[in-house]
Design a protein around this ligand. Sequence first.
Ligand code: SF4
Length: 724
Amino acid sequence: MAGPEGGPINMDRRVFFRILSATSAGALTTGCGTSVGKLMPLLVPERELVPGEEQWHPAVCTSCSAGCGTIARIMEGERVTTDEGEQVRERVAAVKKMEGNPLDPISGGRLCARGQAVVQALYHPDRLRGPMQRSGDRGSGQFAATSWDAAIASASEKIAKARAADPGKIVILSSGAASTRSLALDRFAMALKAPAPIACSITDHPVERKAAQMVFGWVGQPVYDLANAQFVLGVGADFLGGWASPVYYARQYGAFRQGRPEVRGRLVQAESRLSITASAADRWLPLRPGTEPQFLAAAGRILLDSKLARNAKDIPKAAADAFRAADVKTLLAACGLDDKRVREAVRQLGESPGPLVIGGASVVHGNSFDAVIASHYINVMLGNIGKPGGILAPAKQAIAPPENYRVAEALAHAQVVLIDGANPAYLFPKSSGMEDALKRAETVISFGSFLDDSSAWADLILPDHDALESEMAVVPAVSTRVGMAAATPFIRPLYDTRAVERTLAEIAEKMQVSYDGVSVREVIEPLAGELTVDDVLHQGGFWDDAVAAPAPHIADAKFEVASSAMAGDAAQFPLEFQPYASLQHHDGSGSSLPWMQELPDPVSSSIWGLPVELDPKTAAALRVANGDIVRVESAHGSIDAPAYVHPGAIPGVVSMPIGDGHTHYGRYASARGANPLSILAPAYEKSTGALVMGGTRVKVSRVGDRRQWIQFSTPDREERDIHR
Ligand code: SF4
C-alpha cells in the first residue's frame, strides 16, 4: 500500500479501522466458530461488493515462519463453475493484491516477493479440489476423488488401529512455525497419546534457537537490533536473504544504513558465498564452508589481545580460555581469509560505539552450533546484550513451536504418518531413507493443498484451505514483543477443502477420542489486555509494547573450534557443496508459483530454472561455460543442471539454490530442474538433529551443451565474447 511518496502509508489504528470497517465489522462480530455454518457469515457478503471498489482485510503470510502480518485487497470478481453440465457464473470476493499490514511490527507494511505471490497459490490451477484417495502405487501420485465422509472414516480407522497397537508409532510432521495450527496438531497428538509433532523443516533455525537457550537461557530466536547498531559483523547468517525473518531484517537494515542522520551503519559479512547480505555489505570475507567457529575464535582472540573486548570480564572462563587459545594465523588460514583484512574488520568492530555480531547458520554445518555460541560470547565481550543496537531477548511465545528436528529417526519406525505444512520427500536426501520410510509406513495421510513430492506417497490427501481462506494466528519467529498476527476468513473457500483443525476434530470424534479444538479467539483472549478480541482481529493481530527482559546471567556453554566434517573422499570428490534456500523458492515451497519462477535468481538472473554455481577457475579446469549442463555427483547420488560461472564463488566451493527438482508439485514445478538436497549425505547437526546442508563433497563434470536455460539479463559480457 503506497503512501504519497511511494513509501508505506503511515497508518495508525484509527485510520486502519476506518479502511476495514465497511466489511470487517460483520466478519468480526461473529467470532471464530469452528463449524462451516458459523464461519460462512464471516465472509465478505456479496451485497458489500461494489464494482470497482476495493476493501482491505487482515491476513497472515505463511510462506515462511517469519509470520508477517499482511492485508489483502479484495474486489468484486466472477467465478465460473459447472453445475450439472451447465456453466454457472457467480459473483465472488476476489483477492487482488497482498501488502504488509502497517500495524504489524514484523512486516511494518512491507512484504517480500513470496509474500506478494500468495495470491497465486490461492488461485493455482493445480490446487486439490477435495479429498483424494490413492488409486495407484505408493509414490506414483495417482489418486481418485473421494468424499469427506469416506476419507474421515478411512483415516480414523487407520489411526485407531495404529493407536491400539502402539501410539508411539504415530508420527506427525509439521512446519516449524508456532501457530494455532501447531497447537491443534499438538493437542491431537496428546489426545492420541502419540509423540509430539516433529518440525520437518530446513529453514526454521533450530541451531540458532538452541544456542540462544544454552548461552542466555532464552526461549526462541534472539533478536538482533540491527537498526540501532553502528558496525555489524555478520557470520553465516544471510539475514537479508532467506534467514530468520527476511522482511523484518530488511526493514532494520534500511534504518541501519539510512535511518539516522549522522550515522551510516557499516556491515562486514563473513560467509561462504556471495549471498544477498554479502552483496550488500561494505566488505565480504569469503570464508570456506564450515569454518565459522574458527573465524569467530580468531575474532574473539583479536578483540581480547587488542583490549577492545570492553566487557571481557563477563565471558565465562571456558569460553575466555577457548578464545585465548585461538591461534589467529592458523585459524584464518583454515578459513581461507587474509589475516590483515580480518584484523582490520575486527578492530573496526571493537572500536565501534555500536558493535554487533549476527551469527547464524543459513547453511547448517555439523559445527554450526559451536559457531553461533561463539558469536554470542563475542557479543558478550562487546557488552551489547540486551542493549539498543545489541542482541535482544526474544518475547515469550504464546504458542511454542515444535522443537524436535529428528525426522529421519522418527520415521524409521512409523506406522502412521500425518504430514501438514511439510515436504519430507523433497527436503531430505535420498540417503536419509525418507522415501523408504514413507513407502514402509502402513498409512500416510497428507493435509497438503497440492499433490507434492510427499503427498504423492500418501494413501489419503485431506486438503487444507488456502491460508487466505483460513482462520489462524501465527507467532512471529523473531520478535521482542509478545504477540501474533491473526486472520479470520474473508473469502469463501474455492473448493471442497477443509481446515486441518476441523479435519482433526472430525477424526477424533470418529475415533471417540477426547480432543480440544483450537480457535484464534482462544489464543488471543488471554493476550488482548484492554483490547477486545474483535479489536485484535480487526487490526490483524496483537503486539504487546512491553519488551522482554535481557538474560539474567550468561551461562557457560562449551564450543569447539574445529572444522566441520565433510562427507566424501576428498580425492574422489574434491569440491565442497552447499545448497542454500533461494530468495524466490525458499526451501522449494515457492516453486509451484509462476511469479516465483519468473523472478530472476539474484545470483545468475536465471528464470524458470536454477543453476549450479561454479567458480571461474574450477569451471575453466572442467572446460565448462555458462549454461553447459554439468553433473554434480556425491557418494549419495547425482543431479544434472546448467552451470553458472560465478565470478564471486569461492574456488572449490559449489553452491546451488534450492527450489527445482520436484517429482510432483503442480504444472510449473514438477520435473523441472534438479534438487540439490537430494544428493546430500545423511548428516545431522548434533544438538538439534537438523539436516546438515553444507557437509557433502562432490565432483562436477560437463555432460552437455547449453539447453533450456533462460537468463533474464543479457548474458555476461565474457560469455558473449566467448561465443562471438
Ligand atoms: S518474510 Fe516470510 S512471512 Fe514475511 S512476507 Fe516473506 S515469506 Fe511471508
